[in-house]
Design a protein around this ligand. Structure first.
Ligand code: ZN
Ligand code: ZN
Length: 358
């Protein structure tokens, strides 16, 4: 991981934003900038130097993990210490990560800094840097995707009529830990029968019915990096309508994947999937956006949506996940992770997409 390069890119961003310093309190961003993975930390970043503040429980870990940043171990809460550091810097304009800071914390910080510096709400300064993955990050994401993909076989063994959705999720999550995952990247979705029409049907205690779709959406966290994958299988023999619903989603997903290349607007990738579903009369059942970035967090920039005008850039890792949800009948979603390469795309998810009936 090239922390120095990340810090250099942050310095450029701070200069562009005319900020003397940025107070980084979102822990994933702290980790991204200096490597520290503890659960209590804040980073005071200026265009020239970084200082990590953490407490005594993390002294050893902070010294071992932190790269290219000074480590300060505080006795009490971090906020007063970071405020003192900001005052010592004589910074005039300090950015805070407004999206991640509670209103009460912001008020407290303001109280600790009565005159100067001026606090400025910023959003997504570090997140923007995280959009483009380094080669080392893509390597880690790939490993996370491969570990996650292995859980599909576990799910196929577990799914049968009468088994609870939570039972299937439990088997997958147990297998994930055995593969070395720190945990799941998000709450596992197992939605069977009519529940498959819920786009976010977290595994419930409902038993899997004798017939119908089962949507499985899961991912692991491995070495800090998330994976995210959806497959839809069918219990019992699917009829013609069921099959064509599945085929339509599969073709829409393929069309969106093939639209991926540097320079293409994310809205165009979304449109590629949406147009195909509209052509098969299913457009109104596709009720969410086509995908999102994935990395240290499960939902990152960019959002692959109709209303976004951002271009794709090489090094982005995104999901492509159209779905069709017909209330009372059932839903289908297929999701892969895709890396934007210099010339096009690479699908990272290895699992095949033929309709499986169990
Ligand atoms: Zn997913
Ligand atoms: Zn997703």
């Amino acid at each position: 991981m090239d922390f120095l390069a990340r810090q250099r890119r942050l310095a450029e961003a701070l200069e562009r934003l005319k900020l003397d310093a940025l107070l980084v309190t979102h822990l994933v961003n702290v980790r991204y900038l200096c490597g520290f993975t503890g659960s209590n930390g804040a980073l005071v970043a200026t265009p020239r130097r970084m200082t990590l503040f953490t407490d005594g429980r993390y002294a050893e870990q902070a010294n071992a993990e932190t790269q290219h940043a000074r480590v300060v171990i505080t006795r009490g809460p971090l906020l007063p210490e970071t405020a003192r550091a900001l005052q010592r810097l004589r910074a005039k304009s300090v950015g805070i990560e407004a999206e991640h800071m509670a209103a009460a914390t912001r008020a407290e910080l303001k109280r600790l800094l009565p005159k100067s510096p001026r606090l400025r709400d910023t959003g997504g300064v570090v997140e923007q840097l995280r959009e483009i993955k380094e080669a080392g990050e893509i390597h880690k994401i790939r490993e996370s995707v491969l570990a996650g993909a292995r859980l599909f076989d576990t799910a196929l063994e577990a799914i049968r009529p009468g088994v609870r959705e939570t039972g299937v999720a439990a088997e997958m999550e147990y297998a994930a830990r055995r593969l070395g995952a720190e945990g799941m990247a998000f709450e596992t979705i197992v939605a069977a029968g009519r529940r498959s029409a819920l786009p976010h049907g977290r595994a419930s205690s409902a038993p899997i019915p004798a017939r119908g779709f089962v949507v499985l959406d899961w991912g692991v966290k491995l070495s800090g990096y998330c994976s995210d994958q959806t497959r839809t299988v069918h219990v019992g023999t699917p009829d013609a309508d069921t099959r064509s619903q599945y085929t339509a989603v599969r073709e829409a997903q393929q069309a969106a994947i093939e639209a991926v290349r540097p320079g293409v607007m994310v809205s165009e990738v979304d449109r590629a999937a949406r147009q195909l579903l509209q052509a098969s009369g299913l457009g109104r059942y596709f009720t969410h956006s086509t995908g999102h970035g994935v990395g240290l967090e499960i939902h990152e920039r960019p959002r692959i949506a109709q209303d976004r005008k951002e271009p794709l850039r090489a090094g982005m890792v995104i999901t492509i996940e159209p779905g069709v949800y017909v209330g009372g009948r059932g839903g289908v979603r297929i999701e892969d992770m895709v890396c934007v390469t210099a010339t096009g795309y690479e699908v990272l998810t290895p699992t095949h997409k033929e309709l499986i009936s169990l």
